[in-house]
Design a protein around this ligand. Structure first.
Ligand code: ZN
Length: 272
């Protein structure tokens, strides 16, 4: 809708001028969330700009609970805009929703605690957040606080990934791709990784490794929630892409390549 763009641009300029995130709060957000530690100065400045506009454009609804603390809102905003850093249309990707509902208590925790051997210790498929079609995003405060630590779990990025996915009308694990990006390569990479994950999860976990051979573990190190459907697969690999890029790259290198193309950045490298 090009007609509205000049107004939007002016509104965003006003937000940047009048609703700056205080330096102290921003410094806290950058140091508190390990996923931001690798960002270079240019990326940090862009992240702050995007987060400021996000805060100015979105409404936070505590659903009858107490007013949300400022640092929680900044934490949500900064993590929500991280995927947008390399996307040209920036916050326009999120124009179909304006409200973030935050529940005081968790809905139920989706755990993905893994030990050194990559074994999933606990798992519960209740949700920690939700992205409603063409509507608000719901997040639990506890899960927001559990996000951003660089361990692979990130409810904010997960829900935002659903929003990116739905931009072309369907939750199908395929967002509108970058110009020139091959839809076939995307489908092949994500589709075969999804099938691989499903079949590895279906294998009996007690199989003994063959003697003398290093085998790929039958239980993948990704959250099994990714096997729920292609849409959840996309949302979960996005969490790993920004939280634990090396892990995703070693499990599913082709998926990693596709995400690098789509997001226009490689989180495993230091930023600019
Ligand atoms: Zn989901």
């Amino acid at each position: 809708m090009p007609l509205f763009h000049p107004f939007r641009k002016a509104r965003r300029k006003r937000i940047l001028e009048s609703q700056a995130i205080p330096d102290e709060t921003w410094a806290w957000a950058l140091s508190e969330h390990r996923i931001f530690h690798r960002l270079g100065p240019g990326d940090r400045a862009r992240l702050r700009e995007l987060a400021t506009v996000f805060l100015g454009e979105k409404r936070f609804d505590p659903l009858g609970g107490p007013e949300l603390p400022e640092d929680l809102k900044v934490s949500i905003a900064a993590q929500a805009v991280l995927p947008l850093l390399g996307l040209e249309e920036g916050l326009d990707w999120y124009e179909d929703f304006s409200t973030i509902m935050v529940t005081e208590r968790e809905y139920g925790v989706r755990r993905k605690d893994l030990d050194e051997a990559g074994v999933v210790h606990e798992y519960d498929d209740e949700f920690a957040g939700e992205a409603f079609e063409l509507g608000p995003v719901a997040l639990s405060k506890a899960d927001v606080e559990a996000s951003g630590w660089g361990d692979g779990y990130n409810v904010v990025i997960h829900e935002m990934a659903h929003k990116l996915d739905a931009r072309n009308g369907a939750y199908d694990g395929s967002p509108p791709l970058r110009e020139g990006q091959s839809a076939k390569a995307w489908q092949e990479a994500l589709g075969s990784a999804y099938e691989d994950l499903r079949s590895r999860l279906a294998q009996p976990k007690s199989g003994k490794p063959r003697r003398g051979k290093l085998r790929r573990p039958a239980v993948p190190r990704l959250d099994p929630y990714a096997a729920e459907g292609p849409d959840e697969f996309f949302a979960v690999v996005c969490e790993y892409f920004f939280e634990r890029p090396e892990l995703l790259r070693s499990e599913y290198p082709d998926v990693y390549v596709q995400l690098v193309i789509f997001f226009g950045r490689d989180p495993s490298l230091g930023g600019t």
